[in-house]
Design a protein around this ligand. Structure first.
Ligand code: SAH
Length: 391
């Protein structure tokens, strides 16, 4: 099979040869409008016109090419995707022995650009965020049925990233009928998940390991405030250690599930849910807690929002620190890729200064091991979490 050629301008091929997977539109010698979005193309170096990779192409996206293989003679078809999917799943075998909700494919980090796949027992959910992968959807779904024999497959294609590739947003059950199941995390906490209703790709699996990690710091009868609690992931891990938790979220639906999950684990008496805006809740609260979790949604989706987002993160942190007892713990997470680790830390420092509290860093963490970062591609890093002691 021959694929059309796209030439990468001199110098820009270097980053790609070193392992980065995206070529941006300004790095192409020429944007070929005659090649439809999502097509597979061969990437050539400008200086010797040698092919060095195959990529998904998009003539109207800032990310103009996403490398799928460095073997430019490769046939891209069912066998190729089968091997990539099977390998990604095999990488998670050790995680599947610990918990029953796992991300099996994490896009570029599993060399499948724009494909996310999650497994909740026998139910699979997926999300596609590139036009290239969208064209492969039928192949991918048929492979998922064949490889995993799932009870059902749910498409969670509601992501703002799809707009950037000209793709519609939708959610549907593409195979089977079941949309609900009960999973457990590494600490044995059970969660009844409703995958069609759940936010994002069904449940926040990226925090699975961080919840258990932070629970290590709480003890019997500690008071905990879980802000942006969603379905109570952190709250339940803390409650299982004997803490009394207030879980706050703006979504009444998510909190209803948090309550159900608390009862499912026999922790109903230890978890109180409050439907509220966390910014308001923090501002108005005068209670002090032994431990606080701060896990807001992305407040910074593009660099344009930086100024407003910095202010929002600053206020959240300052008020969260004020709510933490002396010597207490604060777990703070940011899932904004554009908020760098250093900037995040700067905000924490500024907020501590303003709150009049010294802060020590006990742990610096990221998303769980099923959400790996491709080292040569900083764009694949998004979730950052600090576990702090607030003196
Ligand atoms: N901590 C959760 C994940 C949080 S995701 C876990 O471990 O699973 C972010 C959550 O913030 C979502 O549940 C969303 O409903 C909630 N949210 C968004 N804006 C909010 C606001 N202003 N106040 C309170 N909750 C908000």
């Amino acid at each position: 099979m021959s694929y059309p050629d796209i030439t990468i301008s001199n110098r820009h091929e270097r980053r790609l040869l070193k392992g980065h997977l995206w070529a941006f539109s300004n790095e192409l010698k020429e944007i070929r409008k005659d090649i439809p979005p999502g097509s597979i193309v061969r990437l050539l170096r400008e200086f010797d016109e040698k092919p060095f990779a195959l990529a998904f192409y998009h003539p109207n996206s800032l990310i103009a090419a996403r490398i799928i293989t460095r073997d430019s003679a490769k046939e891209i078809g069912e066998a190729f995707f089968r091997s990539r999917i099977e390998r990604a799943a095999a990488r998670r075998a050790f995680i599947l022995s610990e918990r029953s909700g796992v991300r099996l494919i994490h896009g570029e980090s599993d060399f499948l650009p724009g494909l996310i796949l999650e497994k909740y027992n026998d139910i699979l959910t997926f999300q596609i965020t590139s036009a290239g992968m969208e064209l492969q959807k039928d192949v991918v779904v048929s492979l998922l049925k064949d490889i995993f024999s799932p009870k059902s497959i749910i498409e969670k294609n509601k992501s703002h990233l799809r707009k950037l590739e000209g793709l519609p947003e939708l959610e549907s059950v593409v195979f089977g009928t079941e949309t609900e199941t009960e999973i457990h995390d590494g600490a044995g906490i059970k969660f009844a998940v409703s995958l069609l209703k759940g936010q994002k790709t069904g449940f926040y699996l990226d925090q699975m390991e961080n919840r258990t990690a932070f629970a290590r710091y709480v003890k019997q009868n500690d008071s905990v405030l879980d802000l942006f609690s969603n379905e109570g992931g952190f709250a339940l891990n803390m409650a299982a250690k004997g803490a009394k938790v207030i879980a706050v979220d703006a979504s009444a639906d998510a909190l209803e599930n948090a309550k159900k999950n608390a009862n499912l684990n026999g922790l109903g008496e230890r978890v109180q849910t409050v439907t509220a805006d966390c910014f308001d809740y923090l501002r108005d609260s005068s209670e002090k807690f032994d431990a606080v979790v701060l896990d807001p949604p992305s407040l910074l989706r593009s660099k344009k929002e930086l100024h407003a987002a910095k202010k929002a993160y600053f206020n959240l942190h300052k008020n969260a620190m004020k709510c933490t007892k002396p010597e207490g713990f604060l777990a703070t997470a940011s899932c904004s890729h554009h908020l760098t680790r250093d900037l995040f830390l700067e905000i924490i420092r500024d907020a501590a200064g303003d709150a009049g509290r010294a802060v020590t860093i006990l742990e610096e963490r990221g998303a769980g091991a099923d959400h790996p970062v491709l080292a040569m591609m900083p764009e694949t890093e998004y979730l950052k979490m600090f576990i702090l002691r607030v003196h």
